[in-house]
Design a protein around this ligand. Structure first.
Ligand code: ATP
Length: 199
């Protein structure tokens, strides 16, 4: 079994590349999705509510990620608390997923999409790491289009993460997602055939 970390910057194309690997036969997992799922778990829900209060709930009494995000975005102490509750749960779900795949397919390739892989120093968890790269200008353009926000807003989001050029330098494998989706698929297919399946 091979476990590959997939990372990049905001809107660099991680999801796009992950889905392409999935089409080729990889088992895939997304850290963001797991983190959203934890908010529905009873013990996480209770701990967060106790700590942050009712203000983090929406009208259906579900945890509102935007409200939670606003509290932790500029408050390191609160972010640390949130991570201390959520991260062990993400790790549990991730390990259960890997164990399950391992049982049914010993030759499986798992692609785990972790946006903050380098920021959280998770390099050692993986057999290899792929960075989905776009230059900063393209990244800003895609954030603005997808999130319908201003250039200033996009810049602000980028500042919260490690520079994508830094990530590119650290990567074992790079997917250049500046071109068309077709260009990206060709690279993904090549990596899958030659590097992953070809040994
Ligand atoms: P995030 O982690 O911020 O959610 P991401 O890295 O998973 O983003 P995607 O969701 O794959 O990135 O792509 C970001 C946006 O850019 C999407 O709107 C997607 O449709 C668009 N996009 C991705 N790749 C390309 C491409 N090669 N050409 C044009 N648009 C693209």
């Amino acid at each position: 079994m091979t476990v590959i970390g997939l990372t990049g910057g905001i809107a660099s194309g991680k999801t796009t590349a992950r889905k392409m690997f999935e089409e080729l036969g990889a088992y895939t997992l997304d850290a963001d999705e797991l983190s959203h799922k934890t908010l529905h778990q009873k013990d996480v829900y209770q701990k967060l509510l106790e700590h942050f209060g009712n203000g983090i709930l929406d009208k259906d009494k579900k945890i509102d990620r935007k409200r939670l995000g606003k509290i932790v975005i500029n408050n390191k102490k609160e972010l640390k608390f949130l991570e201390s509750v959520v991260h062990p749960k993400i790790a549990e779900m991730r390990d259960a997923f890997i164990e399950n795949v391992k049982k049914k397919d010993k030759d499986a390739v798992i692609i785990y999409d972790v946006p903050l892989l380098y920021e959280k120093k998770m390099e050692n968890m993986f057999d290899t790491i792929i960075v989905v790269y776009v230059d900063r200008k393209t990244q800003i353009k895609r954030i603005m289009e997808r999130n319908k926000i201003s250039e200033e807003g996009a810049e602000k989001r980028l500042k919260l993460q490690m520079d994508i050029e830094e990530k590119k330098k650290k990567a074992q494998i790079i997917i250049d997602n500046r071109g068309t989706l077709d260009d990206t698929f060709k690279q993904v297919k090549n990596i899958w055939d030659k590097t992953i399946k070809g040994g």
